[in-house]
Design a protein around this ligand. Structure first.
Ligand code: FE2
Length: 498
């Protein structure tokens, strides 16, 4: 990225403070009669005033002119039909959906004009639900800024580095990183390259938080110290025509003002945009057999609205990692979940889809209880062969992610009708044939440490005795029986781990 690296403040949910001029931040109070340097004090609240202290979010900004100084808002003069924040009338389908990469425009399009809503649930007007968008653009927002009154936005760049200029300062965000811009924060997206594409998870309720770690303990997954917040930065630009865009219930309004909205000289608080480098994520996974649920890869979550309820949304990644589980079908298993899953691919090839249809910049959507899982080729490859399962590494060249929600998203007509919808997606599974043979006797997978105990216990202490002492159990044949006769030592050799 060109230019000097930006400075950041590290942490998550902290009370941060920053000032671009020494002494610009009032001391001992938030709202002095006269602020340092003649600045205006302005509060930006992200929760209701009486929210519990642990959840309360607000920041104080000290700016050259207050945000209220603008011409009246009116509907934005450019089409925004592709932007939706009310899904009560959206299209519902139980079918698996997949989109090939969304095209990057050839005509000039900035980040706001390049937003395209794919699906969502609830509606922003009720502060309930989520929206999933993609963006594709090829020019920076010039003399314009966006404030999203509908919710928080989590940006997942897939192509092209961005610089987010916000009221709190600047964030450089490249593919492989994410950024969160809380509700109401004014920001502009500058492109640091010719074209950019990515994904956005917008939540109409709550705010992104770090997931609880439960039995994992106090470390692992995303570490609070790796979340980076901007330092105060301002531009004292007057006598210009600056367009402030305001998104409210999915509609874009615009108000003109004669100065830059990025005029905050100092600020403090805990309601601040931030970014995170996904390579800092520390995965925790099975080191023996089988799969934990993908919730182990949760980077950020929007907590339940009521105690004990499901999260509003999760942001989950499938990071580079070692696969070491033995006697295990290592790709994701076939499943039907109560949650709905939107997936995107930042780079590489996702481990469960090798048919060439799930590509960087594309997406898939599996709604509540819609069956899905690895494609035919992946199943045949991963369930075939013989011999020990050597550790393998999911390379750093691949990074997929998932927006998961307990709601049932509805799909916009534009998303269903766009030319890059993969109408043959279902075909990636139609080749899955029956392997069922009731006469087949497969050896049980070897259990290295438990083979002796299992054999001895099953045989009443007699090697090969079987559960009823009448001989080997039907499945205890070949390698297992020999191993049991050999004192329970089972080699991870061919024919044992099939
Ligand atoms: Fe899934």
């Amino acid at each position: 990225m060109a230019g000097e690296p930006l400075e950041y403040l590290a942490g998550f949910g902290n009370e941060f403070h920053s000032e671009a001029l020494p002494g610009a931040l009032p001391q001992g109070q938030n709202n002095p009669k006269v602020c340092p340097y003649g600045l205006y004090a302005e509060q930006l609240s992200g929760t209701h005033f009486t929210a519990p202290r642990v959840a309360n979010r607000r920041s104080w900004l000290y700016r050259i002119r207050p945000s209220v100084t603008h011409e009246p808002f009116h509907p934005a003069p450019f089409p925004n039909d592709n932007l939706t924040a009310d899904f009560t009338a959206g299209h519902i389908t139980p079918n698996q959906l997949r989109w090939r990469p969304f095209p990057v425009p050839t005509e000039p399009v900035d980040w706001v004009r390049g937003l395209f809503t794919l699906c969502g649930a609830g509606r922003a007007g009720a502060k309930d639900g989520i929206a999933v968008h993609v963006y594709a653009c090829n020019r920076s927002m010039e003399r314009s800024a966006l404030a999203n009154a509908d919710g928080d936005m989590l940006l997942v760049p897939q192509q092209g580095a961005l610089r987010l200029i916000t009221e709190f300062g600047r964030l450089d965000v490249a593919p492989g990183e994410i950024a969160v811009v809380p509700r109401g924060v004014r920001f502009a997206v500058e492109l640091r390259c010719g074209a950019a594409r990515g994904y956005v998870l917008e939540t109409f309720a709550g705010h992104f938080a770090l997931p609880d770690l439960g039995p994992i303990g106090s470390n692992g997954l995303a570490s609070p110290r790796d979340f980076l917040h901007p330092v105060a930065w301002y531009e004292d630009v007057e006598g210009v025509s600056y367009q402030v865009l305001h998104k409210l219930e999915g509609q874009l309004f615009v108000g003109s003002q004669s100065f830059s909205p990025f005029n905050v000289v100092a600020w403090h608080g805990n309601y601040v945009p931030y970014k995170y480098d996904l390579s800092r994520f520390c995965p925790v996974n099975s080191v023996a057999f089988d799969h934990p649920d993908p919730s182990i890869f949760t980077v950020l979550t929007v907590p339940p609205l009521a105690p004990g309820g499901p999260p509003v949304a999760d942001f989950v990644i499938f990071p580079p990692r070692w696969l070491v589980a033995e006697r295990t079908f290592r790709p994701p298993y076939y499943h039907r979940n109560t949650a709905s899953e939107f997936m995107g691919l930042i780079r590489g090839q996702y481990e469960a889809k090798v048919d060439g249809g799930f590509l960087p910049g594309g997406a898939s959507l599996h709604l509540c209880m819609t069956p899905h899982g690895p494609d035919t080729q992946t199943f045949e490859r991963a369930s075939g062969g013989s011999g020990a399962d050597a550790p393998s590494h999911l390379g750093h060249e691949t990074l997929a992610f998932m927006f998961e929600t307990s709601a049932i998203p509805r799909v916009t007509p534009a998303a269903l009708g766009c030319p890059n919808v993969d109408r043959d997606y279902y075909k990636c599974w139609v080749g899955l044939k029956s392997h069922f043979d009731p006469s087949r006797r497969d050896p049980l997978p070897a259990v290295p440490a438990g083979g002796k105990a299992a054999g001895a216990a099953a045989g009443g202490g007699k090697p090969g005795g079987g559960a009823n002492g009448l001989g080997p159990t039907p499945a205890l044949v070949d390698g297992e029986a020999k191993a049991a006769a050999n004192g329970g030592v089972v080699a991870n050799g061919a024919g044992v781990l099939g």
